[in-house]
Design a protein around this ligand. Structure first.
Ligand SMILES: [Zn+2]
Length: 155
């Protein structure tokens, strides 16, 4: 092989190496650009996920709040039911006493000796009872029964 041939061969070899290097550089740059795009996309997806997570967290907090207030309302309703049941028991007890014929008068107001329900003094009806609570007074029932009886016997 002559000197010029050898020089030619070396030059070709160098050119090919330079081409390969350029190709590799191009490939690396392409890869870098793809990687950057993927990174940006991942960042976007991460932001979307974070947003969704925050929204879910807020909704979960709200659901917990709702459940808590529903529980409080349920407790209040339960307490109300208990109170109503007690009131009902009390009403039943009272009506049973009414049926037993016990008359309950309203207490005379301060400074008066007369009971406002019937105008009698407590000494006139010693077997009856008195109360300060107007809801318990059934003296009027006695009066209505008497009037009813009067109407029945006169008619
Ligand atoms: Zn009375």
């Amino acid at each position: 092989m002559s000197t010029s041939e050898r020089a030619n061969e070396a030059a070709t070899f160098e050119r090919q190496r330079a081409e390969r290097a350029e190709n590799e550089l191009y490939a690396a740059k392409t890869l870098e650009s793809i990687t950057e795009k993927e990174r940006d996309q991942l960042r976007e997806e991460l932001a979307t996920c974070r947003e969704a997570l925050n929204k879910t967290r807020i909704e979960a907090d709200k659901a917990i709040d709702d459940a808590t207030s529903a529980r409080v309302e349920l407790k209040q309703a339960h307490a109300q039911i208990l109170k109503l049941a007690m009131d009902l028991d009390e009403a039943k007890r009272r009506s049973a006493k009414d049926d037993a014929g016990i008359t309950i008068h309203a207490c005379p107001p301060k400074g008066s000796g007369l009971m406002p329900c019937c105008g009698k003094t407590p000494f006139e009806v010693l077997g009856d009872r008195m109360t300060l609570n107007p809801a318990y007074v059934n003296c009027d029932r006695e009066r209505l029964l008497a009037e009813n009886e009067k109407l029945r016997t006169s008619g």
